[in-house]
Design a binder for this molecule. Structure first.
Ligand code: 5AD
Ligand code: SF4
Length: 471
């Protein structure tokens, strides 16, 4: 039986006890706080989970390092969405064997989506004997207990069944990678079962955080000076399912927008089947919501969309885009596309090319189909050779490169507000993001990082804009 309740992490007394034991153990065994290296692969949700793991590890008494060679604990927070992400993890774990040999006390752990798959956990158990801890994405709340078993019990802790804990943990300390931009999850899991996608199997059923919990987290971040909040979910548009009183994503967006402070609101990802006119109206009307819509289409062919189990047709998708362009003039549009889904023909692919020529996205995230075991598409006939798919993929990239470059030219001469994100002392350039999520480079100083600045665009490069400080 899966349970999906909200639970304060601070009230999990058993886990608090394990946490306390670990803290005492580390204080006794290390002269200075031992260091943890936490690395997250994959999507923003995974990055956020990594930040929560760091929050828990800090409570246990760990400090942090960016160099695995200095670490007493290495935790890889993994991604399962495509095979190459998994291969990278296996490669990187393989490279840790030498470190473990030099330092047998080193604890090596893997968490996240990849390890929710029983065959992956089994492979880690059998072929990677120096991996001590394997826990899935949903076993988050048991990290203290599992780590206790390894550190103090001196046993490997390898979880081979997918975890069925769908609890929404609140009051978890989070160590944010950046102090002016933060992710805030609003839903966990996914109920859509797109036929290519592993996420619903590894993350479990969709559940929504209570609006008051989301609002409290955003408020706290903004009070600490955070300038950009990205609301996260596999399908933010279905936010609210199962909540009492009922609430929809558009309403949540409006409530976040009403919080005091100067900050930008972004969100991802939107599923077109649940993207409503109300949501687009909210984007138009909420002054803090970025005028950007990432609306993954995946394919331009109705036949392929049906086989992908996406539940919309391309005509409906085009209608949404037209509505967004009408209501939010100048809105930036981006999308995800999969090339080479099983059974996709050249004609289907050409429909995708036609769609992107018509919509003219600012940017696309493009992927070659990757077979995921256990998904509905796993056994579909897939006759197109990999080289052919790669050719289509390059064709798509070339077409999009030209469109994206053209669209950037429209910004030359415009004065816009951007958030400065990083500074390169070698060039004296700040790298910034526009409201529409475009990269803007401008001259500036290190102390401007994390601030909104007003710039005038002077030049469109292929992938970014050049600007100068506006008067
Ligand atoms: N193969 C290729 N791309 C995939 N995506 C999800 N699953 C797969 C897969 N099996 C892509 C989709 C999704 C994005 C996050 O990753 O485009 O929107
Ligand atoms: Fe995967 Fe589809 Fe869910 Fe996105 S909406 S996580 S693509 S199943």
């Amino acid at each position: 039986m899966q349970k999906s309740a909200t639970q304060s992490f601070l009230e999990l007394t058993a886990q608090q006890d394990f946490l306390g034991e670990i803290r005492a153990y580390l204080a006794e065994h290390f002269a200075a706080p031992p260091l943890a290296f936490v690395h997250s692969y994959g999507c923003q949700q995974s990055v956020y989970d990594g930040e929560r793991y760091k929050g828990l590890l800090a409570l246990m008494g760990y400090g942090f390092t960016d160099d695995p060679k200095n670490a007493s604990l290495i935790l890889y927070n993994t991604c399962a969405v495509r095979e190459n992400a998994e291969q990278r993890v296996f490669g990187n774990v393989g490279a840790l064997k030498g470190l473990k040999k030099k330092n047998p006390e080193l604890v090596i752990g893997l968490a996240g989506c990849m390890t929710e798959q029983p065959h992956v956990a089994e492979k880690l158990k059998m072929s990677y004997p120096y991996v001590d801890l394997v826990m899935g994405a949903n076993a988050f709340g048991r990290l203290p207990e599992l780590l206790y078993r390894v550190l103090i019990g001196k046993k490997r802790s390898i979880r081979r069944d997918p975890s069925d804990d769908l609890t929404l943990y609140e009051d978890v300390p989070v160590i944010h990678e950046c102090d002016f931009k933060a992710f805030v999850p609003i839903t966990y899991g996914c109920d859509n079962f797109c036929s290519y996608c592993i996420v619903p199997y590894v993350r479990g059923r969709e559940r929504s955080r209570r609006p008051e919990d989301v609002l409290a987290e955003v408020r706290g971040l903004v009070e600490k000076g955070c300038k950009e909040i990205t609301l996260l979910g596999q399908n933010v548009n279905s936010y609210g399912k199962g909540l009492e009183p009922p609430i929809h994503f558009a309403e949540l967006l409006r409530r976040v927008n009403d919080l005091p402070g100067e900050f930008k609101i972004r969100f991802m990802t939107s599923h077109p089947k649940d993207c409503t006119h109300e949501l687009i109206d909210a984007i138009a009307e909420c002054n803090k919501v970025a005028k950007h819509l990432h609306l993954p289409v995946q394919s331009g062919s109705d036949r392929i969309l049906k086989a992908m189990n996406r539940h919309y047709e391309i005509g409906q998708y085009r209608e949404l885009i037209a509505y967004a362009r009408e209501k939010v003039p100048g809105i930036t549009l981006t999308s995800d596309i999969i090339v080479g889904f099983p059974g996709e023909t050249r004609e289907d692919f050409e429909e995708t090319l036609r769609l992107i020529q018509d919509v003219r996205y600012h940017a696309l995230f493009t992927f070659i189909y990757s077979l995921r075991s256990g998904t509905a598409a796993e056994h579909l006939p897939d006759p197109i050779p990999a080289e052919e798919k790669s050719r289509w993929f390059r064709e798509l990239l070339d077409a999009q490169g030209a469109i994206g470059g053209e669209l950037l030219k429209d910004y030359v001469g415009k004065t816009i507000i951007v958030l400065a994100e990083s500074y390169a002392p070698e060039t004296g350039l700040l790298s910034c993001r526009s409201d529409g999520n475009l990269i803007v480079e401008t001259e500036g100083r290190e102390d401007m990082v994390g601030q909104f600045i007003k710039v005038t665009v002077t030049e469109a490069m292929n992938w970014a804009l050049r600007a100068k400080t506006a008067e």
